[in-house]
Design a protein around this ligand. Structure first.
Ligand code: PMP
Ligand code: G9A
Length: 406
């Protein structure tokens, strides 16, 4: 038989499976209570409204919605996105700065393709979004991790790291951050730190990739301006997505960047998929035009806030002492660190036996650490299943702890 593998590029050899994507298969088993994937709650999908909107789109714009579109995206949608971003504090932009992409995962791959040569360094958080790690690693880059604290990426340590790299003549290409309700740690970077991060990027001549899927899922904190709002030099590429505020099945997201960077991303995308799904772009555009998006976001927040509370209260009730867990003020995840002696990757096998799933902490670390941490999604499951799942997990942890020799 032919050994096709020997024909693979070096790049292909370095591609890794996504633990989250693999776990989605596990979560198909209805008996398993899955806290693994960052899935929206399916009961939140506005099916009836979308049904009407699809009918309207077909009637009014059917010929365009079923056709190829420009690579950059449907102009009306880009204008709507620019308008909304300006209200959020991003200055001096128009629809020309917006590129519609097939999920922000595509935008992550695109920035990897544009900036990273083999061996190039990029900076990420410890922990950070696994999909970012996988996208950047597939371009054979070296990822340097900077620890987070309760206020997100430690910019003081970032500065130290950049100076250290500079001494060795290494200039990283970009810093990748999820500053608002971070995936996986749930933390928010305050405004002062955001400004400091931009100052550092200006000083060291770096690009910032600001990934913001969760900024609108706020339960008990105020709006915070994106990092892009403090960018006067056009070095921040902002990205967000309809996945968490409307439907991940639409595969619809956007970037906001300087016209120069946007042009480069457009060329890159021409080779990837020519253009983003035109049909879902028209639907999303009509959804926004009718004023339905903000109402929907409000509805999701009303649905997820009590779920967050059920999860945190259940953790307090059922987890044995010695753990640490934040109370996230938005987003979809609780991040738990367990006592010494536990490896959450190994413990996962026991969790599955007990029909409960999570994502182990190592998956989010580029330094091989995170073995005591785990990420729990609270948006997907019903309140009852959240409590039941946490109870099962509490028992698994208790058993593991009691097996640790003292
Ligand atoms: N970035 C982050 C931080 C995410 O959490 C996710 C999805 N969980 C993505 C990017 C990818 O989202 P999309 O569905 O838009 O590709
Ligand atoms: O299903 C996915 O891969 C998107 C979710 C990402 C996450 O769980 O962080």
């Amino acid at each position: 038989m032919t050994n096709i593998e020997r024909l693979y590029s070096d790049r292909a050899g370095k591609m890794r499976k996504s633990v989250i994507r693999e776990l989605l298969k596990v979560a198909q088993d209805p008996e398993i209570i899955s806290f693994a994937g960052g899935l929206p709650n399916p009961d939140s999908f506005p099916i009836d409204t979308l049904n009407d909107i699809i009918e309207t789109v077909m009637r009014t714009n059917g010929k365009k919605a079923l056709q190829y579109g420009t690579t950059k995206g449907v102009p009306e949608l880009r204008d709507h996105i620019a308008e909304r971003a300006q209200k959020d504090g991003i200055k001096d932009i128009t629809g020309e700065n917006v590129l519609i992409v097939s999920g922000s995962q595509q935008a992550l791959d695109t920035v990897g393709k544009i900036f990273l040569n083999p061996g190039d360094v990029a900076i990420v958080g410890l922990p950070t979004y696994l999909g970012g790690i996988n996208a950047f690693r597939s371009y054979e880059s070296n990822l340097e991790g900077i620890p987070l604290d309760k206020d997100g990426l430690r910019v003081d340590l970032l500065e130290e790291k950049l100076n250290e790299l500079k001494k060795n003549d290494i200039t990283p290409k970009f810093i990748y951050v999820v500053p608002t309700f971070q995936n996986p740690a749930g933390v928010v970077m305050p405004e002062k730190r955001r400004k400091h991060l931009v100052d550092i990027a200006n000083e060291f001549d770096l690009v910032i990739i600001e990934d913001d899927p969760y900024g609108k899922l706020r339960y008990d904190s105020d709006h915070i301006k994106p990092i892009k709002a403090f960018d006067d030099e056009g070095r921040v590429i902002y990205m967000s997505t309809f996945s968490k505020i409307l439907s991940p099945g639409f595969r619809l997201a956007w970037t906001i960047a300087s016209e120069e960077l946007t042009r480069k991303m457009v060329i890159c995308k021409q080779a990837l998929d020519l253009c983003t799904n035109t049909f879902t772009q028209f639907i999303a555009n009509e959804f926004i035009r009718q004023g339905a998006l903000d109402l929907h976001i409000m509805k999701i927040c009303q649905m997820y806030k009590p779920k967050r509370d059920v999860m945190i209260e259940s953790i307090q009730k059922y987890f044995p002492e010695g753990y640490e867990c934040n109370k996230p003020h938005g987003g979809m995840f609780a991040w738990v660190t367990l006592p010494k002696g536990i490896d959450t990757e190994i413990m996962f096998l026991d969790a599955i036996k007990n029909k409960v799933a999570y994502v182990h902490g190592k998956a989010f670390h580029v330094d091989g650490k995170g073995e005591r941490s785990l990420r729990l999604n609270f948006s997907y499951s019903s309140d009852e299943r959240i409590e039941e799942g946490i109870k099962r997990l509490g028992m698994v942890i208790e058993e593991k702890l009691s097996a640790i020799p003292v």
